[in-house]
Design a protein around this ligand. Structure first.
Ligand code: HEM
Length: 417
């Protein structure tokens, strides 16, 4: 770290206190940071007991996030993309996760698992997503509205992932339980005691999930059943297949990457449509014409994943700032998605925004979200079902947000219809 051109003046992005601020205050702080003379600056880590070294360079502008995402040879995803450095148990459990790998290991895994997300596979899932969304609304009608997250948003993504993997009905309750526990990891650790407690429960939950899918994989390898697990444990056209450990890690990654993100987009989405009645009117007047734009705008506005980290592999100059091997940089997607130089009137929620080159699914590059089209399909189907069958649906009150520097997570959201 040779040239510390600027240190964040008023917003200590490395400090948990920053992530406690209300979202509007954080957006204001990021807007100021994007205006700095040197908007790539060093954020020092002053929080005791966090083990991730001295700090990181913060990338808050759209162009810098795009440049780092695109240039994966210089901006490596190894050893891990979460910030601060995850505790040892996460590495143990996610050791083989593709999101934390560079090519060629990453490319090999992505080749094998990509077939789960082919257009053919996704269109094959549509009938089931339709049925699941209809059932969710049936249940809401029967139970009455309490919490949009628990009754709606949390239900569809995990159901779809279980369907994709061919998880049998009798195993699903266990998957739900374990996922609830494992996604409680927030990326920030408020106290040593609490983090130790959480770590223990998380590790147990994730390992249990992996054991469960590996057991299924062994069964499917012996008797393939035409589902995704069968496809992943039998060789593809290039003779490649996942090892048992890779299968376990991939399932855990899907559950963590594909569950919270889609669920939080829907939960924030219903609140956004409620707070912007003219946008909702536009959407409901011609759903098919506007839902695509509405989903992209929700993902931009919400930025369900607020940051991911990279580690610099070689000397590199980023707009005048010299980066050295080993330096950490953090890509602040939520800030890049509000960059006024790319998104005019960036604080406005506008479902007709065009173009909308947001980085909510990651910047362009080898790690761009593998599940982006699946997420779009889930959100489109759920909102179609909701807005058609519950035309008076609206969020009530403010969402209860989870304290996190990573997931823009909604714990609960009141609603009515
Ligand atoms: C609105 C919903 C979603 C958002 C905002 C989102 C966001 C992201 C982001 C930002 C990355 C980039 C990671 C990086 O650059 O290091 C990513 C990667 C990934 N996402 Fe998503 N995601 C969503 C839904 C899903 C779903 C539904 C799935 C699967 C069921 C999924 C699976 C993945 C996987 C496997 C990766 C790793 C890709 C790789 O490393 O090559 N995501 N996602």
């Amino acid at each position: 770290m040779t040239m510390t051109t600027a240190v964040a003046p008023s917003a200590d992005l490395a400090d948990l206190a920053f992530w406690r601020r209300p979202p509007a205050a954080r957006h204001e702080a990021f807007a100021r940071l994007r205006q700095l003379e040197h908007p790539v600056f060093f954020a020092e880590r002053r929080v005791p007991l966090l083990r991730s070294g001295a700090g990181f360079y913060a990338l808050v502008r759209h162009c810098d996030v795009v440049e780092a995402s695109r240039n994966a040879k210089v901006f490596s995803s190894e050893p891990a993309v979460t910030n601060p450095e995850p505790p040892g148990w996460v590495k143990h459990v996610f050791g083989e996760s593709m999101v934390n790998m560079d090519d060629p290991r990453h490319a090999r895994l992505r080749r094998i698992v990509s077939r789960a997300f082919s257009p053919k596979m996704l269109s094959g899932l549509q009938g089931d997503i339709d049925k699941a969304a209809a059932r969710i609304v049936d249940d809401v009608l029967a139970e009455g509205p309490r919490d949009f997250v628990g009754q709606v948003a949390a239900k569809l993504p995990i159901h779809v992932i279980c369907d994709m993997m061919g998880i049998p009905g009798e195993m699903r309750a266990k998957v739900h339980d374990h996922v609830d526990v494992s996604t409680a990891y927030t990326g920030v650790r408020p106290s040593l005691l609490r983090s130790a407690r959480m770590a223990g429960r998380n590790m147990f939950a994730l390992l249990a999930l992996q054991r469960l899918v590996i057991r299924l994989g062994r069964e499917r390898a012996a008797a393939p059943a035409g589902d995704l697990v069968s496809a992943l444990v039998t060789a593809n056209v290039d003779g490649e297949r996942l090892t048992w450990r890779e299968l376990g890690s991939f399932f855990a990654l899907l559950l963590v990457a594909g569950n919270e993100t889609a669920r939080n987009t829907m939960a924030h989405g219903i609140k956004l449509l409620t707070d912007h009645p003219e946008q909702r009117e536009l959407l409901t007047t011609d759903f098919d014409a506007h839902i695509g734009g509405a989903i992209e705008e929700m993902v931009r506005y919400v930025s369900p994943i607020m940051q991911f980290r990279r580690t610099v592999t070689q000397d590199y100059d980023l707009r005048g700032l010299h980066l050295s091997p080993g330096d950490k940089v953090v890509l602040f997607y939520g800030s890049a998605n509000r960059d006024e130089t790319v998104f005019p009137d960036a604080g406005r929620f506008d479902i007709t925004r065009k173009p909308n080159p947001h980085v909510g699914f990651g910047g362009p590059g080898p790690h761009f979200c593998l599940g982006a089209n699946l997420a779009r399909q889930e959100i489109r189907t759920m909102f179609r079902e909701l807005l058609t069958r519950l035309p008076g649906l609206r969020a009530v009150g403010e969402p209860e947000l989870l304290l996190s520097n990573f997931d823009n997570s909604v714990r609960s959201q009141g609603f009515a219809f």
